[in-house]
Write a protein that binds this ligand. Structure first.
Ligand code: CUA
Length: 308
């Protein structure tokens, strides 16, 4: 009854079932008792209301029984929680990075994946790192959830039991695209996992353009895709050199996506907003992004236009 996709399922589900069971019995019991008393003790002819004060027996009953119940709730919760903080020393260590608004999984030596790929039946430890604000990593099927707080070394661990794909969510409100901050945990047989990891190492050896790294680390890619898909802001694909219809004040203008326009979009984003997009969502990068870095980004945007 309590088996599931990871070793944490049993403890969590037992505590949940116990608390839910108690709550269910109480809501049914109280409701039925209430209806019964309303009927039985309603005002009726020939009956006079009896007055009485206090009952030590009742006081003891309704103090001791709930006390035992909440202590049992604590016990089940505690028993389920203890193993979550005891990581086996042979656990596979992966750094899970949260940033607005994506997850990234770092297997070391430059091997970075957007999805959490892991071998079945092996303990996995995720070291949780935030590059900006508070996030929370949640894998419902594994019954694991921990806050990802900047500057604080948090972790979680689990052993996945089933091969398959499981949803990963961010469950701490972290801004505009919080609800889109999702990923997948992909559990593979160990051999397939090793193959995948080797393939990831090959990819890691291919140099990534500096402009791309800058765009990613600055957080630009959270709102601007490089594959043409529309996110919060326009895509970077096929951006460079095209005519943009922008809204400036209340007037529409057509401007070319060149250096001047792009710098203005970075440092004074709300002075001109591309038609069809909302004003005020992007903040100025004055003071956060140097002009040299902006120029490296611009070089990359030019390359993207060439790829089209
Ligand atoms: Cu990250 Cu919500």
């Amino acid at each position: 009854m309590f088996e599931g996709a990871s070793n944490m399922v049993e403890g969590v589900d037992k505590a949940f079932a116990f608390i839910f069971g108690i709550a269910f019995i109480f809501i049914m019991g109280i409701t039925i008792f209430m209806i019964w008393t309303v009927r039985k003790y309603r005002r009726s002819k020939g009956h006079e209301a009896k007055q009485f004060r206090g009952s030590t027996k009742l006081e003891i009953v309704w103090t001791v029984i709930p006390l035992i119940l909440v202590l049992l709730m604590f016990y089940y919760g505690w028993i389920g929680f203890i193993p979550m903080r005891k990581v086996p020393s042979d656990a596979l260590r992966i750094v899970a990075i949260g940033r607005m608004w994506e997850w990234e999984f770092d297997y070391g030596e430059g091997r970075i994946s957007r999805e959490l790929v892991i071998p079945v039946n092996k303990p996995v430890r995720l070291d949780l790192v935030s590059q900006d604000v508070n996030h929370s990593l949640f894998i419902p099927a594994f019954r694991v959830k921990e806050d990802v707080v900047p500057g604080y070394d948090n972790f979680l661990w689990f052993t996945p039991y089933y091969i398959g794909e499981f949803d990963i969510y961010c469950t701490e409100y972290c801004g505009l695209l919080h609800s889109a901050m999702t990923s997948k945990a992909i559990v593979k047989p160990e051999e397939e996992f090793e193959e995948w990891l080797a393939e990831l190492a090959v990819q890691a050896a291919v140099p990534v353009p500096e402009g791309f790294t800058l765009l990613r680390n600055t957080g630009c890619l959270a709102c601007h895709s490089i594959d043409g898909s529309k996110l919060v802001g326009p895509s970077f694909l096929g951006y460079w050199g095209t005519d943009r219809i922008v809204v400036e004040g209340n007037a529409e203008r057509t401007v070319e996506a060149d250096e001047e326009y792009t710098l203005r979009a970075i440092y004074d984003p709300n002075s001109q907003v591309v038609k069809g997009y909302a004003r005020g969502l992007m903040q100025s990068y004055t003071g956060t992004l140097s002009e040299e870095d902006a120029m490296i980004m611009i070089e990359y945007l030019k390359e993207l236009a060439g790829d089209k």
